[in-house]
Design a protein around this ligand. Structure first.
Ligand code: UDP
Length: 326
């Protein structure tokens, strides 16, 4: 049976495609290439350029490829962009997830794995945060994902569909075998920005906010290696195939680093200094968020690359490769 990967030409989707083929699964990719990269999809994996909101296309793929599971990555993911253009986020992340889900139900797909985010928690009252905490997203991005989570809960109660929602914490790193990394032009994520600065593709970088209620005043995040995160989707699929009930699960390491700590680690790993500028807080940023992922580990997920310098090293290797070809 075949697995439909939406957004499989993107950073997390692409690494999950690698994890799937590494263990002999058969994925096909649907991606509109708005931020994804065709070259991220390995040769031999069927690729379809198109929109997850195109019901006829999705239904045709489900039928022609005998899809029995959908892993849904395709989304917009930049918090400040969602604050500036919320309706675009609700369209891409919520409305189109509805359309995709409807196609899944009509096409009789029984298993659905959904990419959600720690942004659904907002500023949790206790940290590490577990899945039982009340969601309170601070951004349209977080709300657009939370609304999709609710749709999945209701759809699985009503139809013959089970799901695993994975709430990703901060995803970083690159494939240790150097096949793939973060290639999105104009990326805004911290480790990517810091590495681009270390490699002199930016002359300086900003640190957004220095007055958060954290030990050094900068935001604290739980950075998870993309290849470990990719493997969490295998655990989710195995759980669903074994008849497991629908679940919503955190995916992070349970250890937080401040923005300053990350920047210092990038300087150390890259072996270069670079300019940082203190900038105002960025809209929609929670102060501190760290995962309790005990429930995901009970499903068989085991972190293998949970070391910040290793994550940065892998991402640096990929950035150097990108620099070499551009
Ligand atoms: N950040 C920063 N400078 C940058 C990019 C990010 O100071 O150039 C901070 C950002 O304000 C947040 C943290 O790094 O506190 C992680 O942001 P990122 O965009 O990587 O992920 P998010 O947590 O928003 O999903």
């Amino acid at each position: 049976m075949t697995i439909l990967i939406t957004g499989g030409a993107g950073f997390i989707g692409g690494h999950t495609v690698l994890a799937l083929i590494d263990r002999g699964e058969i994925p096909i990719v649907l991606d509109d290439l708005s931020t994804g990269n065709r070259a991220a999809v390995p040769s031999g994996v069927p690729f379809f350029a198109g929109d997850i909101g195109d019901t006829e296309l999705v239904l045709r793929l489900i039928q022609n490829h005998r899809i029995d599971a959908i892993v849904h990555f395709a989304a917009k993911i930049v918090v400040p962009e969602s604050v500036a253009d919320p309706l675009n986020y609700y369209l891409n992340n919520t409305v189109k997830t509805h359309t995709l889900l409807q196609a899944a139900v009509r096409g009789n797909v029984k298993h659905f794995v959904f990419s959600s985010t720690a942004a659904v928690y907002g500023n949790p009252s206790s940290t590490p945060v577990s899945e039982t905490a009340d969601p309170a997203p601070l951004s349209p991005y977080g709300r657009s994902k939370l609304m999709s989570e609710y749709m999945l809960v209701d759809a699985s109660a009503a139809y013959d569909l089970r799901y695993v929602t994975l709430r990703y914490f901060n995803v970083a790193g690159a494939d240790p075998a150097r096949r793939l990394g973060q290639s999105t032009p104009g990326a805004t994520h911290l480790i990517k920005v810091a590495l681009e600065t270390a490699l002199r593709r930016r002359s300086y970088m900003n640190i957004y906010g220095s007055d958060y209620p954290t030990p050094d005043g900068t935001c604290v995040r739980d950075y998870v290696h993309v290849s470990d995160l990719a493997r969490s989707h295998l655990a989710a699929l195995d759980h669903l195939r074994d008849g497991g009930e629908s679940r919503t699960l955190n995916c992070g390491y349970g250890r937080g680093y401040s923005v300053r700590q990350v920047v210092d680690a990038v300087r150390r790993v890259a072996g270069v200094d670079f300019e940082i500028r203190q900038a105002p807080r960025r809209a929609g940023d929670p102060a501190s968020i760290v995962a309790n992922s005990d429930e995901l580990m009970k499903l068989g997920w085991e972190p293998e690359l949970n070391d910040l310098p290793t994550m940065i090293e892998h991402a640096l290797e990929w950035e150097k490769k990108l620099t070499a070809v551009t």
